[in-house]
Design a protein around this ligand. Structure first.
Ligand code: DLL
Length: 432
């Protein structure tokens, strides 16, 4: 197999991609207008009918869809086909008690698996690889998505799911895993455990496909160095499909969006006006190829920017920059916008492990920020004086990165609970 999984699609001309978008948009708008009362009502309220959608530019006439809409339409209100045509659901937590549920036909599952297969091939994978998947299996899309992508490529697939680190490491060594798929925080934890147990020379990993949560370039370098691999970012969300909506290639310079399946837009989260390439805003998707559960102009709340510049890898599909946070995980502390990824960047630059927790509180009407940081075993063995010095250094580095004072508490190695799924980075005790 070459360096693409579906070369013709992945290297299509921009004219071809625009044609897919235009045809796909007209088709999906007609489908939902005719079959989904929830959509028809939304479109009627916005004063738009399928006849108003003649070109891609007309997309701006269509109303946005939000997680609240998904909650209101839960569980079947956005289905574009009878339930008997669907073969699977996946789900993730919603903004309130109700979960977000996505429905798939067999064709939707095939398209999803193709996206994940493209990601695996872009990371250098082929049928001779052993693909170790320790994203969770079940309702979460991580395990099933990468699993099915790995089958499509023809890799030997290890459906490990999450948890039981001893078993993960045993299979990794005994079965010679070459590609690791998990969250970046679990990859960092596995890397630590591999070093502690002296297994570094026994593992054959060459690449990792890490996503589902925000991570930094510093964390990438750290994992790459510790495991001797190339670490690739992969992005996706349940509402749109799951992992593989976009993925990095060998250039590690942004994630290619599967534009044969999705129309991406970046909008200003305040004005909701589209912004040009290179400008940071909220990512919006139209999943026009989805049969069961197509979403039109879905606001992801994820913050990034897009580029249509040619990539050296030869893929023509637009790329999004590594995710820069969410409009809703952005903390406002003392009026200052703070992203957990900024704290992580400082910690790793200062040689600290990427195991940390931000604890936000409000004391006497004033916000406080405490950053709990795990010490390295080396620092833990040092004198109190050395520890105090490191603590001061971190306070000052955080101040210059965030623009606010953060109390730093150094805690024992491994004392912050490890997550096998997404790490819990923020505890916000404020009652605002
Ligand atoms: O996390 C899908 C996934 C699984 C992606 C495995 C990659 C790998 P949800 O549980 O619906 O789906 O969460 C989606 O997670 O809107 C982002 O905020 C965040 N997210 C996903 N991938 C990345 C990434 C899966 N590479 C939400 N970088 C999204 C930063 C990410 N954040």
């Amino acid at each position: 197999m070459g360096k693409y999984f579906q070369e013709e699609i992945e290297t299509a001309s921009r004219e071809q991609i625009t044609q897919w978008h235009e045809d796909g948009l007209k088709d999906v708008v007609k489908r939902v207008y005719e079959n989904v009362p929830f959509y028809r009502k939304k479109m009627e309220e916005a004063g738009v009918t399928p006849d108003d959608i003649q070109s891609l530019d007309d997309i701006v006439k269509l109303p946005f869809l939000t997680k609240d809409d998904l909650r209101d339409a839960y569980p079947y209100g956005l289905l574009a086909l009878p339930l008997s045509e669907c073969v699977r659901i996946q789900s993730t937590s919603g903004t309130t008690g109700k979960r977000v549920v996505d429905f798939y036909t067999q064709k939707d599952l095939d398209n999803w698996a193709n996206g994940c297969a493209r990601a695996i091939v872009a990371a250098g994978g082929d049928k001779d690889d052993v693909c170790h998947v320790c994203y969770g299996y079940g309702l979460f899309t991580g395990g099933p998505g990468l699993n099915d992508g790995s089958h499509k490529v023809g890799c030997l697939t290890l459906p490990m799911s999450s948890g039981n680190t001893d078993r993960q490491l045993q299979f990794m060594v005994d079965l010679g895993a070459t590609i690791l798929c998990c969250t970046p925080s679990y990859a960092a934890y596995l890397a630590e455990s591999i070093h502690e147990r002296g297994l570094r020379d026994k593992i054959k990993l060459k690449a990792g496909i890490f996503g589902a949560e925000a991570w930094s370039e510093e964390m990438r370098n750290d994992i790459q160095e510790k495991l001797g691999i190339k670490a690739y970012d992969i992005y996706g969300l349940t509402e749109i499909e799951g992992p593989g909506v976009s993925f990095e290639c060998q250039e590690q310079a942004g994630m290619h969006i599967c534009e044969d399946l999705f129309i991406p837009e970046i909008v200003d989260p305040e004005t909701l006006e589209p912004v040009p390439d290179g400008q940071v805003g909220e990512l919006v998707f139209t999943s026009f190829a989805k049969e069961a559960f197509p979403l039109i102009r879905y606001r992801t709340k994820d913050i990034t920017y897009i580029t249509h510049e040619k990539c050296k890898c030869g893929r023509t599909h637009a790329r999004i920059h590594r995710l820069m946070g969410r409009t809703d995980d952005m903390l406002i502390i003392k009026g200052v916008n703070v992203y957990p990824s900024q704290v992580e960047e400082v910690l790793i630059k200062k040689g600290m492990p990427a195991n940390y927790q931000l604890i936000v509180d409000r004391v006497h009407n004033s916000d406080t920020l405490e950053v709990k940081v795990e010490m390295t075993p080396e620092l833990f063995a040092e004198t109190d004086e050395a520890k105090a010095k490191k603590q001061k250094e971190l306070i000052s580095a955080l101040k210059s990165m965030l623009g606010i004072y953060a109390e730093v508490t150094l805690v024992e190695p491994k004392s912050i609970t490890r997550s096998e799924g997404k790490a819990v980075r923020v505890i916000d005790n404020r009652k605002i």
